[in-house]
Design a protein around this ligand. Sequence first.
Ligand SMILES: Nc1ncnc2c1ncn2[C@@H]1O[C@H](COP(=O)(O)OP(=O)(O)OP(=O)(O)O)[C@@H](O)[C@H]1O
Ligand SMILES: Nc1ncnc2c1ncn2[C@@H]1O[C@H](COP(=O)(O)OP(=O)(O)OP(=O)(O)O)[C@@H](O)[C@H]1O
Ligand SMILES: [Mg+2]
Ligand SMILES: [Mg+2]
Lengths: 259, 259
Amino acid sequence: APKIIAVANQKGGVGKTTTTINLGAALSEMGNKVLVVDLDPQGNASTGLGIELDDREFTTYDLLLDDVDLDQVILKTTTNNLSLIPATVDLSSADIELMANEKRSFLLHDALRQHAIDSFAFDYILIDCPPSLNLLTVNAMVAANSVLVPLQSEFFALEGLSQLMLTIREVRQSANPRLRIEGVVLTMYDKRNNLSQQVEADARSNLGDLVFSSVIPRNVRVSEAPSYAVPVLSYDTASKGAEAYRALAVELINNNDKL
Amino acid sequence: APKIIAVANQKGGVGKTTTTINLGAALSEMGNKVLVVDLDPQGNASTGLGIELDDREFTTYDLLLDDVDLDQVILKTTTNNLSLIPATVDLSSADIELMANEKRSFLLHDALRQHAIDSFAFDYILIDCPPSLNLLTVNAMVAANSVLVPLQSEFFALEGLSQLMLTIREVRQSANPRLRIEGVVLTMYDKRNNLSQQVEADARSNLGDLVFSSVIPRNVRVSEAPSYAVPVLSYDTASKGAEAYRALAVELINNNDKL
Ligand SMILES: Nc1ncnc2c1ncn2[C@@H]1O[C@H](COP(=O)(O)OP(=O)(O)OP(=O)(O)O)[C@@H](O)[C@H]1O
Ligand SMILES: Nc1ncnc2c1ncn2[C@@H]1O[C@H](COP(=O)(O)OP(=O)(O)OP(=O)(O)O)[C@@H](O)[C@H]1O
Ligand SMILES: [Mg+2]
Ligand SMILES: [Mg+2]
């Protein structure tokens, strides 16, 4: 069965989408079959992987409502071994519409465990979460084996971490007992900047081994890649950003081998 | 009556909180009496203005439920003429709890128009919105005279703009006929970076005069200020960030004089 990882942090703009796309690309470059699930109504992961709005006929919203076959909603991207379930703004009404549904927190969990998914033989499923701890993010945490937390190397980013860890514990106690923390990855790190160093020191002293040793530097090539609709690994393969995401993928795999 | 401005954009990390705090500080430095309403469960505006978690006995959540006197919930900050209604994570349950309330979209509108607010003689009320188009952001848009949109000079930031403009139009048609767009302000602008220039060119060609001529540069002093619990205008008064927010305040006032 594939390993399912929710990429989550309610703080906005910390690199959730960027990490989902590029970690996914790094894992797929190593030969793993990877599925990205875009669970954000903004649809940034879909855009960043080159799926135009017109090509998003079936989306994660349909998947949650169990209204669609997997072959219709799982799309190939231009990156080898990397597939996507796209999102549109329809997803933003899911919160309200699914509120009355008894199984509302398990919809994604069930959708990703239907027999039909076995034929795709995915090794990893990465779920890009919206910047909130709403029903969509809870669905991701219930569906996932672990949560990967991008942490921007900025002051406000540390503030939300304790709330996020509380939510993970609540989901573990109420719906998904085996939910682990895959790790916390520092993003947009600028080694010339005191603030980055301070945030790193704080994170490592508070969270210890939960913090990946791999750190993602602030790198303009990373933020340019989405406008070319490809991961930075193909946009500029030798860039510091691409190298950092490859190192993160290797570290993630090694951590899981040890389990 | 005070001018009420909602600072909103569902894209995360674009500078909503930073703009609310520092535009507020710039307006108050000119002698205006300013109130910041923290409408984000993350409580970043409260932290950035130096209100510790323990001092947030009454919050925006209580204000929405009409459970509190204004003198209890409006706090002075260390910045002269700048007051705050703080937020805690309690606010994140407002979405679900207020769903059944008939007047759910008008709660903030009514709270900010009660007679008791006249004695504070505010000139401006700035509302810091969470990164979503949920009930909290709708409350801000119903309560406001206008919406100020921070636009990060990055590719993904442009993508959400059309959805945001749609939501503003919907609120104007359903609940607040006089809601205007105060303007779109480019944030974290790096003039050495093609991407910033491209985003600026796109924004100005699509949105014309809606885009402020004042642009907020990426400036490390801006991101350091919150860790000292003060606006950048007091943390480093001569910094490019402080100067840019002063220019934005002047431009905003001039635009309103012309109306
Ligand atoms: N390492 C990096 N170097 C430079 N820019 C980066 C880096 N990582 C992300 N960015 C840019 O920062 C912005 C925020 O990143 P991203 O959109 O991935 O964050 P997010 O957490 O998914 O945001 P949201 O909360 O809106 O979903 C984007 O414009 C992205 O291109
Ligand atoms: N002009 C700037 N120069 C440098 N850093 C900035 C600037 N503006 C904002 N930042 C930093 O960028 C990060 C995101 O800004 P901020 O938190 O204000 O965005 P936001 O839109 O309020 O985020 P959220 O969507 O989570 O509410 C913060 O760490 C902030 O300090
Ligand atoms: Mg995202
Ligand atoms: Mg904010």
